[in-house]
Design a protein around this ligand. Structure first.
Ligand SMILES: NC(=O)c1ccc[n+]([C@@H]2O[C@H](COP(=O)([O-])OP(=O)(O)OC[C@H]3O[C@@H](n4cnc5c(N)ncnc54)[C@H](OP(=O)(O)O)[C@@H]3O)[C@@H](O)[C@H]2O)c1
Length: 244
């Protein structure tokens, strides 16, 4: 039995990941999000708002990891998938309340959960992996997405550092930061509803939808699971589902 801890499992890519893993059998999935939409005997729901300060919820996830680490698994995989774009807006015109929410969800929660996962499963003989869902937006600037681009760039560098540390500790924990493609989820609906004065690239995203060029959440999830299942064939920490 493998265990997967997936943040943002209620919809979009996270839900597709959870459903595919559950239907494959022999997998236990713990979903962490504010709401839940999966009913399955191997699905365990933990309701947390990860955009709040980690100290608000860290004791709950610490308890989860402690409990999970007392069982013998074939593999343990943390998938940090939950993320938010925030309202597209130029810096100087931001909604100040969103600064901490975006950075807490997209960065602080990833760091906190990764820390707890590595601590709880340290020295275990079974395979362990951390998959951070990143974005091309972490690699090139997009106007209106200052918070989002910054958070995904931070996620990429955090993943590189953790991978380096795990190699130094000879812990053999695989770490990836994977861009999931442009995927037909609520996040894309939010992008298309942006104010064009705050986001010059809006037409590109309207066209991708109109021309049916978005990945489905299922297609993206399938590629991410392929990465997990064939992890030793992938060298680089940063990956993109469109390139393998
Ligand atoms: N869609 C794309 O084109 C695209 C492209 C590149 C990267 N990504 C990345 O892929 C990941 C998944 O995106 P998606 O498109 O699947 O998004 P989505 O459809 O908006 O789903 C987001 C998921 O995150 C959860 N979430 C949101 N806010 C949360 C909070 N405060 N606390 C806990 N969970 C929260 C949501 O659950 P609740 O609402 O129930 O809390 C939901 O399950 C994100 O990291 C995103 O940046 C997406």
């Amino acid at each position: 039995m493998r265990v997967f801890i997936i943040t943002g499992s209620s919809k979009g890519i996270g839900k597709a990941l959870a459903e595919q893993l559950l239907s494959a059998g022999n997998n236990h999935v713990v979903g962490i999000s504010r709401t839940h939409s999966i009913d399955h005997e191997n699905y365990q729901a933990l309701s947390i708002d990860l955009s709040t300060e980690p100290h608000v919820w860290a004791a709950n996830t610490e308890e989860l990891f402690t409990q999970l680490s007392q069982r013998e698994w074939d593999e343990a995989v943390l998938i940090n998938n939950a993320g938010m774009l925030g309202t597209a807006a130029y810096v100087g015109e931001l909604n100040p309340g969103e600064i901490s929410r975006v950075l807490h969800l997209n960065v602080s929660a990833v760091i906190q959960l990764t820390h707890q996962f590595l601590k709880a499963f340290r020295g275990m003989s079974f395979s362990r992996q951390i998959i951070n869902i990143s974005s091309g937006a972490g690699k090139s600037p997009v106007d209106g997405w200052g918070l989002y681009c910054t958070s995904k760039a931070a996620l990429d560098m955090f993943s590189e550092v953790v991978a380096l540390e795990q190699r130094n500790r000879k812990e053999s924990v695989k770490v990836f930061a994977v861009a999931p493609g442009v995927v037909d989820t609520e996040m894309q609906s939010e992008i298309r509803a942006s104010d064009p004065k705050q986001f010059s690239k809006i037409d590109k995203f309207l066209n991708l939808k109109n021309e049916n060029q978005l990945y489905s959440p299922d297609r993206s999830a399938k590629k991410i699971i392929e990465l997990i299942n064939r992890k030793n064939e992938f060298e680089s920490v940063t990956q993109d589902v469109r390139k393998y």
